[in-house]
Design a protein around this ligand. Structure first.
Ligand code: ZN
Length: 207
C-alpha cells in the first residue's frame, strides 16, 4: 500500500469521512513538516491518555468528577449550587452533552449510557452503563429523569428498557422523554439547536 493510502485508511475510521475526504486529509497531513506531523499525532495520543470518565455520570472529564457534576454540589451552606442535581438527563454519548450544553437552557445534570441497546448491532443492556444510574447516590432525591436517547428504534428501545429498570427500582422521580417532532429518525448530530431546545421544553412524561 502506498504511504498516502496507509494514512487515508486511518482517516477513514472517523465518522462522516469517506475515502475521498480521507485521501484529501491524508495528502494535507503528509504535506506538513515532519515535526508538525509528530505534534499532530502526539497531541491526539496525549488527549486520549488524559481522558477520563466522570465517576458519577460517565461524561468525559479531566478529574475524577466532571465540571457539571461538581457544579451540582454547593461549596458552602450559603451558596446555591450552579446546577440542579435533582434533574438527570440520560444520553447516549458524551457528545450529546456538548450538543445540549450549547443551548444553555438545561441546568440539570447528566448520565451517559455509552451506547444504546441494539438487536442489529448485538448490543445488550449489559453492554451499557445502566447500573451506575440505578446505583446513583442521590437516586431517591431525584425529581426528574429525562430520557434523551435519540429518536431511532434503538434509542426508543433503550428509553423503554431504562424506564422499566427505573420503575422496578421504585424511584419516585418523574420520567420524561424528549419531544422530537420533526427530527424523528435522526439523532443529535443532525438536530439543530432550535429542534433540541423545542424537544426539551415540550418533553413528555412517560409511565
Ligand atoms: Zn459527571
Amino acid at each position: 500500500m502506498k504511504p498516502v493510502e496507509r494514512a487515508a485508511v486511518q482517516f477513514e475510521k472517523l465518522p462522516g469521512v469517506g475515502i475521498k475526504t480521507a485521501k484529501k486529509l491524508a495528502y494535507a497531513l503528509l504535506m506538513f513538516d515532519k515535526r508538525d506531523v509528530d505534534v499532530f499525532c502526539d497531541e491526539i495520543a496525549a488527549a486520549k491518555d488524559a481522558l477520563k470518565l466522570c465517576r458519577v455520570c460517565g461524561n468525559f472529564s479531566e478529574g475524577d468528577v466532571c465540571e457539571i457534576c461538581a457544579a451540582s454540589v454547593a461549596y458552602s451552606a450559603d451558596t446555591a449550587p450552579k446546577r440542579d442535581g435533582s434533574i438527570v438527563c440520560v444520553v447516549e454519548h458524551p457528545k450529546d452533552i456538548a450538543a445540549i450544553e450549547r443551548g444553555r437552557y438545561y441546568k440539570g445534570v447528566y448520565y451517559v449510557l455509552h451506547g444504546l441497546i441494539s438487536p442489529t448491532n448485538l448490543k445488550l443492556p449489559k453492554d451499557l452503563n445502566i447500573k451506575g444510574l440505578l446505583e446513583r447516590e442521590n437516586l431517591t432525591s431525584i425529581r426528574e429523569i429525562i430520557l434523551a436517547t435519540p429518536p431511532t428504534l434503538d434509542g426508543e428501545a433503550t428509553a423503554r428498557y431504562v424506564t422499566a429498570e427505573l420503575l422496578a427500582a421504585n424511584i419516585t422521580a418523574r420520567i420524561t422523554r424528549l419531544a422530537y417532532g420533526m427530527s424523528v429518525g435522526g439523532s443529535f448530530d443532525y438536530a439543530d439547536d432550535d429542534t433540541l431546545s423545542y424537544a426539551f421544553k415540550n418533553r413528555n412524561t412517560l409511565e
